[in-house]
Design a protein around this ligand. Structure first.
Ligand code: 5GP
Ligand code: ZN
Length: 115
């Protein structure tokens, strides 16, 4: 794990975060700067820099991350009202933390634009 990766530090419990879920592969916590009423980050515990750095060996992990996001949407009470799951990859997408993460956003009407 890169020593300076803040998400690796959150997984390891070295940096505080509002934890919502953790198992041996996946961690979910509240985004420190919420961009929606409910804004959760779902990440692999293992350091993977971005979606572009995954391989076929990660297919099950990626599926599990999405399923955790669905469960959290229910727990957050946004399953019926609707939500968005987004991952930013690289410069043009303005990825700012180089540890793969999926944003779960909901609880209010989200802006329609995606790009
Ligand atoms: P990105 O811009 O890479 O798609 O998303 C990174 C997200 O991580 C941002 O929404 C940002 O608010 C969040 N973030 C950055 N640093 C921290 C932190 O130390 N703790 C938590 N909980 N979220 C963080
Ligand atoms: Zn990391």
């Amino acid at each position: 794990m890169p020593a300076d990766c803040i998400f690796c530090q959150i997984v390891a419990g070295q940096l505080p975060a509002t934890m919502l879920y953790q198992d041996d592969e996946i961690t979910a916590f509240r985004d420190i700067q919420a961009q929606a009423t409910s804004h959760v980050l779902v990440i692999p515990n293992r350091h993977i820099a971005s979606l572009g750095d995954t391989s076929d060996a990660d297919i099950e992990l990626l599926g599990r991350i999405l399923r955790v996001a669905v469960s959290l949407a229910k727990e957050e009470g946004i399953a019926e009202s609707g939500y968005r799951v987004v991952t930013n990859t690289g410069h043009d997408a303005q990825q700012s933390v180089d540890h793969l993460h999926f944003h779960l956003l909901g609880g209010n009407t989200l802006v329609p634009r995606l790009g």
